[in-house]
Write a protein that binds this ligand. Sequence first.
Ligand code: SF4
Length: 515
Amino acid sequence: MPDGRLYVLIRGIDMAYDARVLLGLFHDRDKIIVMDEDSVSSFDAGSMLITLERKDLGGGFSAEAAFYDAINGPDDLSAVLDGCRKPDLQATMKISWEEMERPGGRLLRNGKIICGTVLYRVLQRAFQKDLPYGSLTGVRPVKLAAICLEDGMDEEQTVELLREVTGISREKAQLLFEVACQERSYMDGDASAVNLYIGIPFCASRCLYCSFTSYPIDRLAYLVEPYLDALDKEMAFGARWIRENHLKINSLYIGGGTPTALPEKDFARLLSMVQDYFGQAREFTVEAGRPDTINMEKLRIIKDSGATRISINPQSMNDETLRLIGRNHTPEDITEKFHIAREMGFDNINMDIIAGLPGEDLDMFRQTLNRIEELRPDSLTVHTMAIKRASRLHQTVDEYASAPDEVVDQMIEEARQSARRMGMKPYYLYRQKNMLANLENTGYAVPGKGCRYNVETMVERQSILAFGAGAITKIVIPSENRIERTDNVKEVAQYIERIEEMIMRKKKLFAETVC
Ligand code: SF4
């Protein structure tokens, strides 16, 4: 595999960031130098070079990537720039205006997609490595399949086009198509309806891989009440705005953190506030993620509040893994709390699991799948382990054994089979940075039991109003194909102290974006 510095010269298109992300999946990020023509003089002799160029042609445009395995001195470099030196590897695509007008042509119009693909084609050969998603590095790859579907393309046409313009594998292209079909059944279609998120940034303990805004509640118990006071003010403002603008609430999601980590009295207050302000939501999910935070009283409070969906998240059904990742519960706690919730009448329960947890092999993951199949939840979200910068794991990753890419790939495949055995279909999918094996997170559900909120966050057709520390509000402006956002501060004490400022931020955003 090539080593050493890799210079990349991009011409005719502004995609330094996108190129860097893709290049980082093949080569050490610290050895990648993206240049423009003005910085070419600082080139180190002996390095690899990739040139990437988009050119306008008479009837369309072209994208070309070329790989040179060693550039030896200024003359060599000049020969490349003058087009006199033949590349070691090359990939070219030409797209005509006519092709762009055909079904799916919106993908071809996107110069970044086409340039990304020729870049992927040379990297694939230079580094002898295939990526399951080809050149796709974005968070929402399903959007591409959804465009094909909107244009009336069938599965085979979509799969072929995606493979051609992104280099994605057949299996992943089929998965994107299936998700694009399924997500339609959860989309509301009313562009003026809103979705709500309420963040409770407290947890029983901090998981090894956690990068969310989440604080161990035993250390910050004194902040719970003031936090709910601040949240009350922010939600009161949001509810007034929704009322004044006659907006429908499509979905409501209370997440975090773990909302059920709150003491019963505070948890009851939270759900009573939510019910008062937003009781008319069509779908209402409460994240009861950690079984060690759930008891019958809290489940009763959830039930009485009108919640339609809860999530009880094992992540793993292996005792030693749960201990290793810092969750204070056992697999038996999960089973027990699940049965209690069922007996109390919860008929839409989601479970989250993670493939590739530290120390887990394929047999351990299978054990998790088997035990979940015995429980038969209504939906299952299968995450691929991602090592995020803000997590404890990022600092200590060398201390843990993690499964090789091909094993994680197999885990994801077995999870898919397991979900199918439970009668579930994939209905939402997203990707993150630094995921093992460069895979995906997929939500599966029994038909009709998926989460509308999750789908709306992926398709970005409706606004999301978010409340609480670290919450991000996004206002969708369909007529301009634009999304504007405002973030709340992440730190709990800051959120409490600066609540009026958070409300003002929302007020300003609403005034600027909604007539
Ligand atoms: S339960 Fe979720 S939010 Fe809480 S610490 Fe674990 S990963 Fe983070």
